[in-house]
Design a protein around this ligand. Sequence first.
Ligand SMILES: [Zn+2]
Length: 371
Amino acid sequence: MYKIPSLLLTFILYTLFTFSVHSQTILKSEFSASVNKYLQEIADPVKGIGAREAGSAKEKETIIYVGKNFKEMGLNVSVQPFSLTKGELTSANVIADLNSNKAKTLVLAAHLDSTGAEHGSHGATDNATGLAALLTVAEELAHKENLPYNIRFIAFGAEEVGLLGAKYYVKNLLEESGTAENILAMINLDTIAGGDFLYVHSAHTTPYKCGDIKAKYNSDTHVRDALFSLSSSLINKAQQYIIHPAYEGYPEGVTGGWSDHAPFACAGVPIAYIESTNFTINGKDGYDGYSQSDNAALWDCFDKTTHSACERKEENQWGHIWHTKSDQLAIMDQLFSQRLTQQLTASVEVLIAFLSNYKLDEIENNQMNNQ
Ligand SMILES: [Zn+2]
């Protein structure tokens, strides 16, 4: 047996190691510049837009901003306006197609609105993070021409006031086409950075409250599972997707109907939902993923041994970021340094791999077998 001299072995290992680290760094820095630029332009109230409440002038500014960016990428852009239930206010969805001539479509979506500025939130994690990833993925895939399907990027309006944009989109689609069966899958990006860990969920096995969306509910897990396995093979441990354990009312890996994926599952579309939070914390209502972080600055008092508030009755903050005054880029930066960038570039990498290599035939057969 040939024994490699140890010096040579060291050299080979060194070369391999530096090569892999180097190539990963190039890839990451390419996306990190993009995600940071979008984050700032969306969530920074001085250099960008800031809070973008549904129906407000700031939400309209965001609609124009997203549309302009999609257009500059050469995508086929349309704006779908709709009214809010409250008074005369309006909102809109921004829809951008990569290959609109294809029969089948994959949807990647993020909501563009945020809660109101009066909560002190700038909508940095919720949901400038999802929107920044959506724009970065679109920018990267805008040059892909030979895919056998269309990729539809959607920025939904008015999510925070009852998923109004997503519901409007799905109802409209069903009215026009009678079915959503041409949508292969929908991936929802909502609050995908800022929390301690990254999770990927599928639709709850018990159907959501679907209202007037009448179709065969879909809780298929294949999109979630594909994203999970891509993440496990492509991404560093710290930013890999996790499937959450079961907790009361929620079997392992499933999510509630509180974001834009819900109307799609109701319409029979297989969905996945990416979310950053922390299911290891015993939060206000138990282990339900509502406490996004165990960072002490986000608690009145956090007890590391019980992974909960020191005094449950006294606690006011509960590690919440979304919809609070902590949801600002400057605060996220101060608490977590590079976390938003690292989590976003990891998701961008996984999404690009998924969307550009979607196995059309395999998935369609899988769906047929499930019918
Ligand atoms: Zn959100």
